[in-house]
Each structure stands twice: as C-alpha cells, then as structure tokens.
Design a protein around this ligand. Structure first.
Ligand code: MN3
Length: 212
C-alpha cells in the first residue's frame, strides 16, 4: 500500500476486547490516535516528491533516513495496523500452533518464560513504545522493545526482524482502564492475543528467512 494511506477498519467491534480493553479506549485509540498517524503521514508524503509512490513497508524499512515526522507516523500507521490484527475477542483468542510453541519453548524455556520476558520488555520501556516478539534473520525468536513508534522492521532498530506479535505500551493504549498499572495491562492482554494470526505470521516469517 502506498499514499494516500487509509485507516484500516477494526477486524472486530470496539467492545469485542472488553473488559481487557474497554470500548472507549478502542474508539479513541483507533479513530483518533491511529487516524492522526495516517493523516500526518499523508500530509508529510504529499509535501515531499521523493516519498511519493513508496509503500508503507519501504518508508518503515528506511526509517533511519527519514525526517522524524515520516519515521514516527509511518511507524505509527504500521504498528497500529499490526496491533489491531494481533488481537481477537477473548473467546476467539485460540492457542499458538505446535511449531510456534516448540520454538518458544526452545528459545525461552516455556510459554510462561516468554510471557515474562515480553512483560519485562513492556514494563521496562521508559515512556512510550512497544514490546515485540519477532523472528530474526537467522530464523530464531527474540523479544525486544522499541521507543516511540519505532519497530523491528526499521533499519535503526536495536533488534531487527519480522514482528509476529506487538503490544502498544503508550499510556493511550491502557490508561482509561488501568491508569498507571501498565504491568496489569500487559498481564491481561494475553487474553486477547489472536494466536491463530500470530502462528500464521510465525510460519510466514520462518518461510521467508529460509528462502533468503
Ligand atoms: Mn497507540
């Protein structure tokens, strides 16, 4: 997809993730925050001929050479589009595939240990940012955290790779229900992870590292 970029529809209703994420948070987060990233990105791209025709993925991959407004808003658009698709109603959360469970167990020791490391990445991020589970270029799993709207696809990321799961730890993602309790949001959030989607992403990321 290239400019003009559009706000994707949520893959569920705004109250589908309640009580883990309340409907007011979803409404504002998607309709106001994500929309604002899309609008700011379109405005920035419209005023720079060099950026026109580039896809969102290309803008994100070259974040290190973009001006901050492009880096932040391309990241914001990519990250939020990915985040909505990472979640599902608690009744549809499902379970990770056997291959994904095996890879998680091999890398982290257990599913619980992976969740603890992910929580550490989210709570340890000072200020605003994201926690990620990703597949590195060598096909192994890793957990990382990025500041602001950066992500592991960016050339400037400390830990690079293909994200398969990402959680938004900006206060706007949880403050109405959890106030300062980011750790509680991170714990509750596992109830709405769309494991079918994450497993699909894992298989696709693994296949692309093998053909490189
Ligand atoms: Mn957000």
């Amino acid at each position: 997809m290239s400019a003009p970029f559009k706000l994707p529809a949520l893959p569920y209703s705004v109250d589908a993730l309640a009580p883990v994420i309340d409907s007011q948070t979803m409404t504002i987060h998607h309709g106001k925050h994500h929309q604002a990233y899309v609008d700011a990105l379109n405005k920035a791209v419209a005023s720079d001929a060099k950026l026109q025709g580039l896809t969102l993925e290309q803008l994100v991959a070259n974040a290190g050479s973009q001006i901050p407004v492009v880096r932040n808003n391309a990241g914001g658009h990519w990250n939020h589009s990915f985040y909505w698709e990472s979640m599902a109603a608690p009744s549809r959360s499902g379970a990770p595939s056997q291959t994904l469970v095996a890879a998680i167990t091999k890398t982290f020791g257990s599913m619980e240990a992976m969740k603890a490391a992910f929580k550490q990445a989210g709570t340890g991020r000072f200020g605003s940012g994201w926690a990620w589970l990703l597949v590195k270029a060598d096909g192994t799993l890793a957990i990382s955290s990025t500041p602001n709207q950066d992500n592991p696809l960016m050339d400037i990321a400390e830990v690079k790779g293909q994200p398969i799961l990402g959680n938004d730890v900006w206060e706007h993602a949880y403050y109405l229900s959890y106030q300062n309790r980011r750790a509680d949001y991170l714990d509750a959030w596992w109830q709405v992870v769309n494991w079918e989607k994450v497993s699909e992403r894992y298989s696709a990321a693994l296949a692309s590292t093998k053909t490189r």
